[in-house]
Ligand binder design. Sequence first.
Ligand SMILES: CC(C)(COP(=O)(O)OP(=O)(O)OC[C@H]1O[C@@H](n2cnc3c(N)ncnc32)[C@H](O)[C@@H]1OP(=O)(O)O)[C@@H](O)C(=O)NCCC(=O)NCCS
Length: 505
Amino acid sequence: MPTRVRDLMSSPPVTCDADASLAAAAQQMNEAAIGSVIVTDRTKVAGILTERDLLRAGAAGAQPAVEPVHLWMTANPDALGPDEDASAAWASLSHHHYRHLPVVEDGAVVGVVSMRDLFGVALLRPAAESAAEVPRGLEGVVVAETAIGDVRGLEGFYHYRQYSAVELAATRTLEDVWYLLFNGSLPDRPQAAEFIEMLTSRRSIPEGLTSLLPALSARGRPLDVLRSAVSVLGAELGWEPTHDIDQATLRDQALGLCAAVPTILAAAHRLRVGLEPVSPRPDLTHAANYLWMLLGTEPAPEQARAIEQYLMLTIDHGFNSSTFTARVITSTGADLAAAVCGAIGALSGPLHGGAPSRALDMLDAIGTPERAEPWLREAVARGDRIMGFGHRVYKTEDPRSRFLAGVAESLGGSMVCFATEVERSAVAVLGDLKAGRRLYTNVEFYAGVVMETCGIPREMFTPTFAAGRTIGWATHILEQAADNRLIRPTARYVGPPPPEAVPSL
Ligand SMILES: CC(C)(COP(=O)(O)OP(=O)(O)OC[C@H]1O[C@@H](n2cnc3c(N)ncnc32)[C@H](O)[C@@H]1OP(=O)(O)O)[C@@H](O)C(=O)NCCC(=O)NCCS
């Protein structure tokens, strides 16, 4: 297999003089059945004239018999060395959208590499090597099709199905949005009532899991407990691989899982702090029941609504890392528990779901409004990330953050004023020290403020995020399983060139 440019270039190259006429160059291309000629100034490369240039000249009414090629060629084109790796030719051609590149040795043109040459080689190489350059972190890469929702980062807009997520959070209930995600349409009143009844009957967890929770809670943080508990739940309920079950069975499992997650989390927290778990109540909404089980008192309606709105706003958000993880695992045909455990693991990272408590820790560390600017300036200068700011997709204000700032304001309390001041300073400092990066407040900043104001302990911030996001993951798992194809991409190998003889001992 050719690995160097020398092995795949066409040589000798077809060349013409810079003063040759367009007609003469075109005749050379025609006779050699090639798409370009290298234009030389003595032996040096002066430019390259391609079929595309001839077309441009024709369209502009040039007179081919008299006009010299140097008026229409691409002057001083990139060139390759004959001993460069063939992948350099591929990278250069595909990156610049060129179709031909001259090969130069000791200042003289010795050959031409064309896309056609590379296609011949590409057939013998792993498919991924002929794929387009992939940005780090898969930024902007479309990896699937979904009818669940999307995020428009430049507009600061996101939606569930065809509805604005923010409008849904402002006007509907969490159960309605859950129904919308699972069924594809919003429920009417009887449908909503039937759905709620079905969900409330599934809030309890099986005895086999209940009996394990004290031991799990004594050892791990609530999100770790949830990860383990989801595994146990799947085993207890006998969940089979998604590959082997139909959609109706998987949907039923998914509803049961999403209904049970708040019960697991609330119990994990209470056991950890030495309190008895509180049983779920069927007369409360999903969000109010969660607060009831967590705190042991019935929440004020405005607090229950605030948490409900937070959960609605964060139920789904495009192909974020945890959702992608859930879909990758589902694509292998593994069971629901496996996919959700993986998603919880991805969510636990501070760059994804682990930021809200850190954002509040930062507010504590700043302490007073006057200290905000110097504190933030020092942190950014040190290279620290300001938690609750910046987003992979939003390059303008995160609409969830704006909405939650309003929720926090309506709840009142001293923290929201301070948070608003810190936000203002942080945006200014980031704008100054990270000019051009477009860093604004993300969902996590005011999420922390809302949750703290509603009495949720900091340790439960990310678990609370997980409680809502489980519904989003489950929806994606259902969609993936309904039209599955194994997700199995490829990586570009950049280590020492193989095969190297294995050294003997
Ligand atoms: C969310 C996040 C991981 C997205 O990052 P990303 O798309 O990978 O962006 P990058 O890491 O490429 O950052 C681009 C630039 O902005 C800077 N930046 C991004 N977020 C920043 C933050 N919160 N504080 C300070 N600088 C930040 C980076 O340092 C980088 O600067 P550089 O070009 O000088 O190296 C990132 O903004 C972040 O770490 N935020 C803090 C954690 C957080 O709030 N997470 C919750 C997300 S909902």
